[in-house]
Design a protein around this ligand. Structure first.
Ligand code: ATP
Length: 254
């Protein structure tokens, strides 16, 4: 792949160019270049070890690249910021395994995640953002967890826990959501519902989703980037990348 147009750096929401990451001499990311436009939802696919998780780690500041540019909104150099600062810029990440608070209700999990002045003292004295109750209602509606509000999170199904965690991420009001294999272990119906949920979220936020489940990627209906050996192998609509011989060889054909 050629590098993206340098002018794209200033217009992109997320701009990666020539990113290298090595672990003990092994290139996990190899001159990776990728551009996510404002408002876009992008699906990232690729075989095990292709570098998908490492790419997310670089964007969120967990891993520092050895080389390359990583810019958010054209001006923020993510290679110089730590994880907290990057989260503060509005980049939220959902890991594969749900990490909800099992012994709290669904509603309280969301309350604890709300952006705003939520120091322990503020929570203790009920000082929350003024629209907290309204925002929780909205998130419960979009995640279809309204009927579960007073249930303990520990009692939810695996799919519902994943939706709750996506809801907790939404409560932080990120501009960009990074979502790692959200439908692993879900039923077909839950997988469909998750595609609908991410499409709904994408109406107001940008999303990068890593997923192996091709039915789910198809249901998202967005541009797909195929990673292989730490670089972009192919990019485009799912039908086009699925027909690409190189993609079939390294990933889909297996
Ligand atoms: N901390 C690390 N130390 C050494 N090697 C690592 C480390 N993290 C990742 N790697 C290696 O880098 C390569 C890319 O890994 P990465 O987890 O990014 O791939 P992936 O595309 O997310 O794979 P999967 O689909 O299996 O999650 C792999 O070969 C992996 O073993």
């Amino acid at each position: 792949m050629t590098s993206p147009d340098p002018q794209a750096a200033t217009q992109a929401l997320l701009y990666l160019d020539g990113v290298n990451v090595s672990f003990s001499g092994f290139r996990a990311l190899n001159a990776l270049s990728l551009v996510i436009e404002p408002g876009e939802m992008r699906a990232i696919i690729g075989p095990n070890g292709a570098g998908k998780t490492t790419m997310m780690d670089v964007i969120t500041g967990k891993t520092r690249p050895d080389q390359g540019e990583v810019l958010f909104r054209g001006t923020h150099d993510l290679t110089r910021l730590d994880e907290t600062a990057i989260a503060g810029l509005g980049i939220g990440r959902k890991f594969q395994k749900p990490t909800v608070f099992d012994s709290h209700t669904v509603g309280d999990n969301l309350l604890l995640s709300l952006a705003g002045p939520r120091s322990p003292t503020n929570l203790l004295f009920g000082r929350l953002r003024p629209d907290a109750a309204e925002r929780i209602d909205e998130i419960l509606a979009v995640t279809r967890l309204g009927a579960q509000r007073d249930r303990l999170a520990g009692a939810l199904s695996h799919g519902q826990k994943q939706w709750l965690e996506i809801g907790m991420l939404l409560a932080q009001e990120p501009a960009l959501l990074l979502v790692d294999e959200p439908v692993a272990g879900m039923t077909d119906a839950e997988t469909e519902a998750t595609a609908t949920l991410l499409r709904e979220i994408n109406k107001t936020r940008s999303v990068v989703v890593v997923e192996h489940d091709m039915h789910f990627v198809r249901a998202l209906g967005v541009k797909v980037t195929v990673l292989h050996e730490g670089s972009v192998l192919a990019e485009g609509p799912l039908d086009a990348v699925s027909a690409d011989e190189r993609v079939i060889d390294v990933y889909l054909g297996r």
